[in-house]
Design a protein around this ligand. Structure first.
Ligand SMILES: Cc1cc2nc3c(=O)[nH]c(=O)nc-3n(C[C@H](O)[C@H](O)[C@H](O)COP(=O)(O)OP(=O)(O)OC[C@H]3O[C@@H](n4cnc5c(N)ncnc54)[C@H](O)[C@@H]3O)c2cc1C
Length: 326
């Protein structure tokens, strides 16, 4: 066992001020030697919005064993656990997150398996979903073209039921292996995830997605599938602000309405709070112009919600997950 590292006084002070340190923050917790848990790690660079405070404790496991050890350690020390993937659908508070943050983006040690017989791809949760889409397209496997511009992990896509252009994960997911809090592994079928629009029953849950099996259409022509994938990607790039930090669509569409149309009709494109701005290109995106804080973005979200409520009597729900205290 070693003591935790990365305890510079400034970080510790910041941590104590911002994360509302409880006893575990300042206490010298022993961490297992085979698990690279770090103290007071900035989460800002780990989200696509580029905002957020410190994780009290942080682990980026590269193996299943390390993930299990980290989980057991957090439980032993009564620490809350937060799972993140590529942070592309998260608003993390400037005050940071207490407990252990486990980031799954490096959990991709097992090679992606393409099985011609079952027409399935099996991949680790840390794989980027867009890279899987391109790998599939190059083989002439169709069914993931829509996901090419989504900057999230496979695990995040499974949990969020990520989707675009009328398609989503629920159409292709066969099953997923999850790690339960007690360290056991379970295989869940598509049906057991109770998928609906951008949700699954894994949301807000403590289970960790380790891998997923997807069923694709393997009888396609590689050139055509690659062309479709490019077309979908270009459509995004022309309509969405990919040049500035964002988290994609902030609000769920209040069916049959579109959140972007409601916000645009209110003239809110370009509206700013601090350095957070409702994108002038796509009204359902909030961009970080440069130095926005999570609080700026949170306030702008509230403002948009209040304006939509006042004008249309519609409660816009966020698609983005907000973590920590605001
Ligand atoms: C430019 C841009 C465009 C986007 N376009 C789309 C789009 O077209 N369609 C769409 O659906 N989304 C889109 N998004 C949002 C986002 O990319 C997706 O929601 C994506 O699936 C999130 O994956 P992630 O790995 O980043 O998850 P995170 O944002 O890190 O986490 C999202 C949620 O999943 C949980 N989670 C993540 N990984 C795991 C895991 N392994 N086990 C258990 N829980 C986990 C987290 O706790 C959190 O609740 C876009 C985002 C951006 C920035």
């Amino acid at each position: 066992m070693t003591l935790s590292q990365d305890r510079s006084p400034s970080l510790t002070t910041q941590m104590q001020q911002s994360v509302q340190a409880d006893s575990a923050t300042s206490q010298e917790l022993e961490i297992p030697t085979d698990c690279s848990i770090r103290f007071a790690v900035s989460l800002k660079g780990l989200t696509t919005w580029k905002v957020g405070g410190l994780a009290q404790w942080y682990l980026e496991p590269r193996t299943l064993a390390e993930t299990q050890t980290g989980l057991a350690w957090a439980r032993q020390n009564d620490l809350p656990i937060t799972i993140i993937g590529a942070g592309s659908n998260l608003l993390i508070s400037d005050r940071g997150l207490p407990g252990l943050v486990i980031c799954i983006r490096h959990l991709r040690h097992v090679n992606t398996q393409f099985d011609n017989e079952t027409r399935t791809i099996t991949a680790d949760a840390g794989k980027m979903v867009a890279s899987l889409a391109w790998q599939a397209a190059r083989r002439g496997w169709g069914g993931m073209e829509w996901s090419a511009g989504i900057p999230g992990t496979l695990g995040g896509a499974v949990v969020m039921n990520a989707g675009a252009h009328g398609h989503s994960m629920q159409e292709i997911l066969v099953s997923t292996d999850v790690l339960n809090l007690d360290g056991s592994i379970e295989t869940l079928t598509n049906r057991e995830l109770e998928y609906s629009y951008r949700t699954s029953n894994l949301q807000g849950d403590s289970r960790i997605v380790l891998s997923a099996k997807l069923e694709l259409n393997i009888t396609g022509d590689a050139e055509q599938i690659k062309a479709r994938t490019f077309r979908d990607l270009e459509k995004r790039h022309s309509k969405q602000p990919y040049d500035r930090p964002s988290c994609g669509s902030v609000f769920r569409n209040p069916s049959p309405q579109h959140a972007a149309a409601l916000i645009e009709e209110l003239g809110l494109k370009g509206y700013r709070i601090g350095d957070a701005e409702v994108s002038t290109l796509h009204a359902n995106f909030i961009i970080n112009r440069q130095d926005a804080t999570a609080s700026d973005i949170r306030e702008l979200i509230y403002y948009v919600q209040s304006q939509v409520k006042a004008k249309y009597s519609i409660e816009l729900e966020t698609e983005v997950k907000m973590l920590g205290e605001f």
